[in-house]
Structures are given as C-alpha cells and as structure tokens.
Design a protein around this ligand. Structure first.
Ligand code: GCU
Length: 446
C-alpha cells in the first residue's frame, strides 16, 4: 500500500511528466520589469512542500494527525510567510441593525443592513472603524437558510441593483481617506454597460434557497501600496509600532478578518444557518476567500474565482504572474505579510505553496473557478494545486478531484474539492453562478 506521502510524490512526478497544454502557449511578456513566461514547457520543475509530512519529518498517516498536528503547522507557516497573523474577534464589537427586514427584488427578498462596529475594546463606541453588511434572505424561506457571503470591490450600494441600499464608502488613493461611494454615472455612449466585476444575480441565489450577503473590502483596509498601517490594521498597532511586523497581517488577511466578523453577525441572525455560510471572492478577493476559509473553519464552503498567484496557483511554477511580480514594490506587497516579499526570486525556498492553502480548507467543499484565457492567473497551476491537495481531502474521507487529467473549459468537476474553468478570461462570468449554485446545493442543502 502506498502511504499518503508516497502517493503525493507519485502524483508530483506524474504531473511533471504530463504534457499539460490545453492552455495554448503565448509569447513571453514583461510586467514591472520582470519577465512573464507563457510557455508550458518552460514552467520549470519543482518539489512542493509535502502536506502530509510533518515538520519533524514524520509522515501524516491519519486524519487525527493531520487535524491535530500537521494542519496547525501548515497554518502557522502560511501565517508567518504568506498572509500574516491577524487578531481575533474584537472585544468591543457590536452589531447595529439599521434595516431589519425590508422587502426587495419585487418581494422575493427580505433585505437587512447591518453596521458592524469593529471597536477594539469598548462596546458601544460608534466612532471606531466599521463595516456595512448587506443581506438578502428568500422571502419564502421556511427556516434558516445557507448564505453565500461575497466580498466585493464595491460599496454595497454599488454591488447590487437594489436602489434601497445605503451609500457606503471607498478609499480615495489621492487623499488616502475614506470617501462616500457615490452611485456610478451612467456609462458613456459605446462603453460597456457592466462593470468588470458585475454585481451578483441576487435573485438566482434566492430562487435556489440560498441567501446572499456582501461587504466591501475597503471597509477593512485600503487596496493600494503604502497603506500597511491603515484601516483596521492601524487599530492593532502596539504603542510605537509604525506598521505590522514581518509575520503580521497584510490587506488580504484584513479583508479575510472582515469576512469572519461578517460571519460573527450572520451566526446571530435568525434567518441564517451560521453553519452553512460559504465565502466567495474574485481575483485578489479569490485569494482572500481561500485565506478566510483556511483561517476560519466556521466557513462551511469556499468559492474562489481566479485567485491565481498568491492564491490557488502553484507559486513554484514559472508561468504567468509570479511571487516576484506580486511582491514588486509598486504592485501588491501590502496585500501580504512583509515576510512574503523575501521570497521574490527564490520561491523554491518558500516553506509553503498553494497545495497547502487548498489542503487547509479540507474537508470542507472548495470550488476553484478559473478562466481558460486568463493565463496571467495560471488556471493550470490552480488545477495542479488541487491535484496535489487531493490526498488530504481523501485522508479526511472526502473526494478530491479524482483525476490528474486537466478538464476542458466548460467541464466542471464538482467533488468536495471542485474545479471549473470557464471558456474565457479573468473573473466571474454570469454563467459561472449556475455552477456555483449547483456546487452549493450539492454540498450545503441536504
Ligand atoms: C492583478 C494581480 C492579480 C490579482 C488581480 C486582481 O492582476 O496581478 O494577482 O488577482 O490584480 O485582483 O484583480
């Protein structure tokens, strides 16, 4: 009988030997002065950190040893070298329900709006940082429903088509302050009618018996360089500390921390089943969804769209965006723990990789959604990470992808560990929501 770790090794060898190439090669590029490879044969060979080998060298042979020993080790390594350590739930946090249940979407939905005061120590301080949570529940629900919790690039009033939502805030890069997120002006003649990350089809989820909640990442931390000490991260600096230390949180961990605070509220809502909340995000928020799911085991499922480098794509592959691009000073180092950037140019020394991030979500359902032309995000690298994490799902009695064959665009694999590549580019396209709903119904609705 092969042990789980020899199985993993065999997988790795098979994968290196496999010609991938359903993603056609493309000419090399350069981003931020750093070369970009789009040729599968030049993606390089590598050895992944072994999910099923403990730091002391011993193999992980059963579920208990994964859960009690190896998983905590993996989590600490990822905190220290990738996303950064985040604090727990703030003692003074409180929930202010500003809209307790207004009919919306032609009576199909009940809308709630909640201000989550993130005050660190003292309850009732309504001046501290806050996040706005918007929730829709199916009006015809008979009991508590599962909820799809979306992290958005936009304030709640811009994330959905419902005009009854209060105006939120966004960070302004020039003044480095939070300003009102005014409704968008109508698109200029000839311009595309929809934003890059369109709001969700709220009604499609409600029709499937699933509630929808959303919040704006900007409520937690700004999303541009030079903001390491801003947003909620500023609240937790020790006296005299100018910015988070080497293993402390970057913006992604702060956004993920916000997702946990949203879940703190959802657990108290009488219409919501707090044990069936799925977390979702696209792109940098896809990375965030993965980290939120790993860091907070209360999330019952994860849907990560095009998370790419720094998310589910294997960083040791030299294909599309690399750790060096991500950590380049003018780009996204602020999204990670400061330690992360130390591995730019020496990714093989990084003690972690995407296979561990995927494995940390096991045994819970996880869907990785990618796009066939989104080469920058390395859809095949995400598939390989899921294949490499499969043995952890299986050790916990769940179904990994069950194949090493890269599926064609449009062919979902919806096991506990799930992969779906749409035919197209970066982000979520409208047809993907049907796949999300199928996946959620399969795993969260008995
Ligand atoms: C950039 C970045 C990606 C990220 C994306 C996004 O393209 O390089 O890593 O996922 O922005 O968040 O939109």
């Amino acid at each position: 009988m092969p042990t789980p770790s020899t199985r993993l090794l065999t997988f790795a060898i098979t994968l290196c030997a496999m010609a991938a190439a359903q993603i056609p090669d493309a000419p090399d590029g350069v981003v931020a002065g750093i070369p970009v490879n789009y040729t599968e044969a030049k993606a390089g060979t590598y050895t992944l950190p072994d999910a099923l080998k403990r730091n002391d060298g011993n193999a992980v042979k059963d579920a208990k040893s994964w859960t009690k020993t190896r998983r905590p080790e993996v989590m600490r390594l990822m905190e220290e070298n990738w996303f950064g350590h985040a604090p727990g739930r703030p003692k003074g946090m409180s929930f202010e329900v500003t809209d307790a249940g207004t009919p919306a979407y032609g009576g199909k939905a009940v809308r709630r709006q909640v201000t989550i005061w993130l005050t660190k120590e003292q309850k009732g301080d309504s001046k501290g940082p806050r996040m706005d949570l918007l929730l829709y529940l199916p009006a015809n629900a008979k009991g508590r429903v599962p909820v799809f919790l979306n992290m958005s690039f936009f304030a709640n009033n811009l994330a959905v088509t419902d005009t009854g939502v209060k105006v939120g805030r966004r960070w302004d890069r020039n003044s480095k302050t939070q300003v009102a997120a005014e409704p968008l002006p109508p698109p200029a003649a000839g311009a595309p009618a929809r934003p890059r990350f369109p709001g969700f089809p709220v009604e499609q989820f409600l029709d499937a018996g699933i509630g929808v909640a959303t919040f704006n990442k900007d409520d937690l931390a700004p999303d541009f360089p030079g903001t390491e000490a801003m947003g909620v991260k500023g609240l937790y600096l020790k006296p005299g500390q100018a910015k988070p230390g080497d293993g402390e949180w970057g913006a992604i961990a702060a956004w993920a921390w916000g997702a946990s605070r949203a879940l703190d509220y959802l657990e108290t809502d009488k219409g919501v089943d707090g044990k069936r909340v799925a977390i979702h995000g696209v792109s940098r928020l896809g990375k965030t969804a993965l980290w939120a799911g790993a860091a907070d085991e209360r999330f019952a499922a994860v849907v990560a769209s095009c998370s790419g480098e720094g998310g589910a794509a294997i960083a040791r592959r030299n294909y599309g965006e690399t750790l060096a691009h991500m950590a380049e000073a003018t780009r996204f180092p602020y999204q990670f723990a400061p330690n992360y950037a130390k591995f730019a140019g020496k990714v093989n020394e990084w003690p972690v990789d995407a296979n561990l991030l995927v494995a940390a979500i096991a045994p819970r359902p996880l869907l990785l959604q990618t796009g066939s032309t989104d080469k920058w995000s390395d859809p095949y690298g995400e598939f390989l990470a899921a294949v490499a994490a499969g043995p952890v799902y299986e050790l916990l009695g769940k179904r990994g992808l069950g194949t090493t064959k890269f599926p064609a665009a449009g062919e979902p694999i919806l096991n506990d560990l799930a992969y779906y590549m749409h035919d197209g580019g970066h982000g979520t396209v409208p047809a993907d929501y049907g796949i999300y709903i199928r996946f959620l119904r399969q795993h969260l609705i008995p």
